[in-house]
Design a protein around this ligand. Sequence first.
Ligand SMILES: Cc1cc2nc3c(=O)[nH]c(=O)nc-3n(C[C@H](O)[C@H](O)[C@H](O)COP(=O)(O)OP(=O)(O)OC[C@H]3O[C@@H](n4cnc5c(N)ncnc54)[C@H](O)[C@@H]3O)c2cc1C
Length: 268
Amino acid sequence: MSLEYIRPRNVEEALECLLSRTFKILAGGTDLVIQLREGRHKDLPILDISRLSELRFIREKDGKTVIGALTTLSDLLSSESLRRTAPVLLAAVREIGSVQIRNMGTIGTRFCQIVSLGRKGRTRTMPLPDFLLGPCKTVLESCELIHSVSFSTPPVYQHFEKLGERKAQAISIASTALVSGFKNGRLKGIRVALGSVAPTVIRAKQAEAFLESRPLTPDMILDAGEMAAQEASPISDVRATAAYRRKMVMAMVTRGLWPCLKEVGESR
Ligand SMILES: Cc1cc2nc3c(=O)[nH]c(=O)nc-3n(C[C@H](O)[C@H](O)[C@H](O)COP(=O)(O)OP(=O)(O)OC[C@H]3O[C@@H](n4cnc5c(N)ncnc54)[C@H](O)[C@@H]3O)c2cc1C
């Protein structure tokens, strides 16, 4: 098999290439190299951006964190600032693959709240829900590359849980991420994200609104878990049935919210 391969020296050059014709972008290569071995993307030249150090950074400014697309998952895990501000992100990253995969795999292929797409002469920035269209589908055009992802510092309470068929190297059956602040006995700024139970990552917005509507009680947590399960739209596949996934969403959201009872008590 012969491959056409180009390694640009900087982002400017990479964008020029992308404007001139259609390429397959290579970052860490942990997904792409497997696809190439399977004979996919045969007709496309490879644009290797893995050494563009301009896209490998973690910056914190005015309550916002910006992470360059080529920052590796291991870079995130060694970041002191992320350990302080976004342990929920690190908890999720720790669940991805193995040390070898995390050393090569990059954040640009993952998710965050805002995605900035660089294209020659123009940058567009959008919230994650607008970027994700469905399984393996995004709004990214062939002349664009992902520049960075960013998010506001999440509130103090953060929780992540992944359910897989086993502990290590398992594709998730369901995952949940929760963040919240506390004020006067209530949850404030609660966000409930669900993974692997809809065509893209989703937020359980009805459960969020309900949880903020009055002072938190144990019954509300059980009801919110049920609501989140109903907001999911899981499928049945080789790993689990849709019904099981829904039940697990309920269990995981409930479990994630339970410690908040103590925290809201202290905020009264
Ligand atoms: C053994 C193994 C275990 C794994 N376990 C997990 C797991 O537990 N959870 C999980 O979520 N994933 C897992 N993965 C998948 C994969 O490793 C990760 O998704 C990783 O983050 C991919 O990053 P990468 O930089 O290697 O992507 P690449 O393989 O380089 O690229 C993947 C795709 O993203 C595009 N792309 C990359 N960077 C950019 C950019 N800046 N702009 C535009 N397009 C870009 C590429 O063109 C390509 O289509 C696993 C993979 C393997 C091989």
